[in-house]
Ligand binder design. Sequence first.
Ligand code: 5AD
Length: 333
Amino acid sequence: MTKKEMIDALNLEDFSPIYHEADRIRKEVKGDDVFVRSIIEFSNYCKRECKYCGLNCHNQHVKRYRMPLDEIVETAAQAIAAGYRTIVLQSGEDPYFNNDNAKRLGEVVSAIRALPTNFDPEPDGSQPILDITMSTGELPYEALAHLRECGATRYLLRHETSDPDLYAFLHPCGTLAERIQCLRNIKKLGYATGSGFMVGLPGQSLESIANDVILLETLECDMAGIGPFISSPDTPLQGYPNGSTELTKRAVALCRIHRPELNLPVTTALGVLNPEERKDAFSCGANVIMKKVTPTKYKEAYQIYPSKIEETRIIEDRQALDALIRSLGRRPI
Ligand code: 5AD
């Protein structure tokens, strides 16, 4: 699709033929498997000032925490025992873990890499390996290289918006060019690379959303997280209207059509605004879902945007998610 065709599509009154096409391509290219990933939100310290984010460093209302190493590793072990093959390690940009080219973060990765796994073999007989996915913000090349050596296999770093002016407005301490350079470094180091963006940011145009889809291609991304902007209290964007869930699903569908091989999660933010929409997104091209395994006691303090706090029960939550996925005619992995 050209940029013009994408903008026209986003504007359509009836988008259903495009949803069908996205779903058809998803089935043809990715099959019926849904990848279920676990997320551990291990630190909410952040040195950045992103205007939309509840964890930005100016927010004095956040109770900051860091999980101790052994608790992070124990949580990962429980997630593996519950059937997860991917551990996503997510945090703010925390100088404690990012010390000396991410030495402490590397210790976390190495310790998780050393955990025993007992996954069922793939249909071809090969043994699956545990994927360790970093979602720990912009890091220098050497730090990214170190984490790769420690055993991290994937990296998530959304570009947030492809519009350089909007990016500059939202991020007092970083540029789009720096963000893109970091994504290129991630790709170069052999990580499966995930970018993504928010939909419905103040001042964002449909053209800019089309550019977001195109940027995923330019960066040769393997994954893309796309979620609606949700206005967060105690941030400079408090009171701004939330992004549209419909427009978000349309953007997901366009990504599936534009780049059929992408792994596309149904993002948490979509389900926060409308739980039904989360199920729906599986028929718009998405093939991944993430589930928090963060211990309950930390969850209240990890509010990027406001959402209902649910108690973490790692095994039961995973079983419920598997049942949901099967009820949609798909196969949880
Ligand atoms: N609304 C929606 N998404 C948000 N993120 C951060 N703050 C918000 C918000 N208020 C997203 C960003 C970030 C990811 C971890 O969460 O895209 O990369």
